[in-house]
Design a protein around this ligand. Sequence first.
Ligand code: MET
Ligand SMILES: [Zn+2]
Ligand SMILES: [Zn+2]
Length: 414
Amino acid sequence: FTELESDQVARFQEYLRIRTAHPSPDYAGAAAFLLPYAASLGLRTTTLHFTPCKTKPLLLLTWPGSDPSLPSVLLNSHIDSVPAEAERWSHPPFAAHRDPATGRVYARGAQDDKCLPVQYLEAIRGLRAAGFAPARTVHISLVPDEEIGGMDGFEKFAQSEEFRALNIGFMLDEGQASPTDVFRVFYADRLVWRLIVKAAGAPGHGSRMFDGAAVDNLMDCLETVSGFREAQFGMVKAGERGPGEVVSVNPVYMKAGIPSPTGFVMNMQPSEAEVGFDLRLPPTADIEQIKRRVKEEWAPAHKNLTYELTQKGPVTDGAGHPIFTATDESNPWWSVFEQAITSAGGKLSKPEILSSTTDSRFVRQLGIPALGFSLMSNTPILLHDNDEFLEDKVFLRGIKVYEHVIRALSSFQG
Ligand code: MET
Ligand SMILES: [Zn+2]
Ligand SMILES: [Zn+2]
């Protein structure tokens, strides 16, 4: 590595060491790292707050263009991460350990998505060093609370006067790693729902067989959901559908039993049981049909099951249409982006629907084109997983590709 490249990897590690994981992300620590970093590159910095307590800063970094009449380009990244089960990691999740043999940097957030701001900023450093001056203004937004739905983050930002004033023409946001050498690009997100099913039932002796116990009722629900899940997953396994093109439903917690000092009482059947599901729908899914399925098949009242089904974020855009960004000639930004990747010597995947959900949905909802994009090629998909890592060489190559992308997008005269 050159001295610059070593510094770039070191800056990535430094950012990863700031504990921005939920449930108590260190947003102040992140701001104290990112704001002076951006200022040192000559960017304008602004801090916005959308909560009265001002504990959730939204940082805006700006590289002014020579033609302020042109709509600007926004590069987004969320500051927060999901938590980590530290004892199950091979390296501590907030140490950002770099394995010298493989170049892998291990940390919560290495992929999702704390590589991005450092790559954006280092790409700008490279462009400035090359004497490049953008025609369009380039903004970087570093936002809080994406992992918990964005209600105090991008959702409020997208509705704000400050956002409108930025006059954004196009946004790039996070994507997902690619196990092959193509870069993945995403034109839509799945809708994110949470489903909580509660079962009630007759309590009784642990030894007695009877109908209608709470856990028995909940198991009926799990069995039905599992059948549906297998059918959806089957289409992905068979290669008929992409992972973003089916409905996913995964149990993420279960609660039942009567606690005792040593664990749970073993010879009593409890009168309540509960399961939580992460439910994701493709943007064009028939929502009424899913709602009916939950009510009639997954959690029918006659089995003593009740449920809460809640949706996070928008379902349709302002015109009532499913939320996605065009990836054809109707969207001039698409071809500018595609050409930038080619000029950087990269290959792009066929545009996909992202299987997870990002802040892009709030921008697309406004009719502004936004793509999810990831330069993590030849990398296993480890977001929200243990031992999340990114290889230093992949990270560094990403900076070079962002140089091409930022140059092209900010020069676009259409
Ligand atoms: C709860 S909104 C989405 C949060 C996160 N990006 C996910 O896909 O799980
Ligand atoms: Zn993310
Ligand atoms: Zn995430």
